[in-house]
Design a protein. Sequence first.
Length: 207
Amino acid sequence: MPKNLSSAEVDAFRARLCAVAQKRFAKQGVDGALGCSPMTPYRYFRNKEEILAAVRAAAFDRFASALEEAARKTRGDLRAGGQAMGEAYIRFALGDPDAYRLMFDLSQPHPDRYPELVRASARARHMMSAALEALVKAGIFAGDPELLGYVFWATMHGLVVLHLAGKLPEKPDFPTIQQEAMRLLVAGARSDVAAPKPQAARQKGTS
């Protein structure tokens, strides 16, 4: 019979399991990536989906921490803060591509069943919107901060995924493309540029 485990032992093993699993999850599957007996993880997790949720939540928390640290270091300078957060995003994604790929893995069904994953992903998403909300409040950007957050995030994510997949050319290189994308987004979000209403809102107003 297995011994009763303390909450500290459970937490310690879960953390170790996540650290090992994130590197080889996609390549070898859960059983091949854990570095322990195939049955051992199920003393700590209910199933493979719960393990993946825990790994992804841990990655989202590290990602959010990187964005939060960038914001703290540039507090008081909104423009520098936005740039620093963008740089932190790229550093995390390219510095830990295994974690980044797992964060946005599409294979896990019903991610909303895992409260820690929902919390961690919302924490990261909030940082993107919060930076843009501050820029809008200061009159630097115009528009809906949440919508702007999704547009900036989608652009950054698309560039990172294309880069990690080897789909971008050597020239212009990734930094050049990324800087140009950000230049265009910032130029379009500036408060001195008329912000069009979202398509759905325009359609509703004309119906």
